[in-house]
Design a protein around this ligand. Structure first.
Ligand code: BGC
Length: 246
């Protein structure tokens, strides 16, 4: 089956048509910058523009950067606070006339890696961390997702959230070298390791492509692998959500 997968992020809204049986992208990915301020109506308009770009009429799956239960945003992560309590699936359905399945973006990316990528067939505790505007997390035990685990929002030292110290957006904002940022990110992964004793940590998001630049800073007992689908894991997993809808 083919589904349009959309990954809404703090800086870009990305999409592609995905073969959800194989995890392959059928089209090139298309990216639209997230409107400044990321207000619900504005983001919904860009989601509609993405749907129009693909001239898509079928089901849509969407990863969204917040806690999502039953299609509703229960937090607002790094996007506008007015998302709190919004039925994201209904909003995007109204803007496009299509049926939307929505889940947390990192959970979606993790789903793709557990089904087709480096987590495939892995038993035990596997944790996917997505590195971008924020730090997303997805926790799996024997391949089953524990939804909406928010490791990047845990406070660290003087920081209200760990992601304000170690996300990729912080590296850019503070002009950190990969060595400097890598050691911050290592502190985050050490916290993840201490808390969950995972069997595998998978890194996704834009910065997972650059792992060679900071892997020497990652001093952990747990094996750490970049996502097989790198930044596309979020789109592939998003598309898969449409197949899980009851
Ligand atoms: C949000 C998470 C999200 C992550 C990555 C965080 O700010 O709290 O829900 O998965 O950013 O987008």
């Amino acid at each position: 089956m083919e589904v349009l997968g959309i990954d809404v992020g703090g800086s870009g809204i990305k999409g592609a048509i995905v073969n959800v049986d194989t995890g392959e992208l059928i089209t090139e990915r298309h990216r639209i910058p997230t409107p400044k301020g990321a207000l619900p109506e504005e983001v919904a308009n860009e989601v509609a523009a993405l749907v129009a770009h693909f001239d898509w009429k079928g089901k849509v799956g969407c990863g969204f950067p917040a806690i999502i239960s039953n299609g509703m945003a229960r937090s607002h992560g790094n996007i506008h606070k007015s998302w709190l309590g919004v039925r994201v699936d209904h909003l995007f359905a109204a803007a496009t006339g299509l049926s939307f399945s929505v889940a947390n973006d990192a959970d979606a990316a993790g789903l793709a890696e557990m089904s087709f990528g480096v987590g495939k067939g892995k038993k035990g505790v596997v944790i996917m961390i997505t590195i971008g505007t924020g730090l997303g997390s997805a926790v799996f035990f024997d391949g089953v997702l524990v939804p909406n685990v928010e490791l990047g929002t845990v406070p660290y030292k003087k920081y209200e959230r760990f992601e304000y110290y170690a996300a990729d957006s912080v590296r850019k904002k503070e002009a950190l070298t990969y060595k400097e940022w890598g050691s911050r990110f290592n502190s985050f992964l050490e916290f993840v390791e201490r808390t969950f004793s995972p069997d595998l940590i998978v890194l996704g998001g834009g910065a997972s492509k650059k792992i060679k630049k900071y892997q020497d800073q990652l001093i952990l007992k747990t094996p750490v692998l970049p996502a097989a689908y790198q930044n596309n894991a979020g789109i592939i997993g998003a598309a898969m959500l449409a197949t899980l809808k009851k």
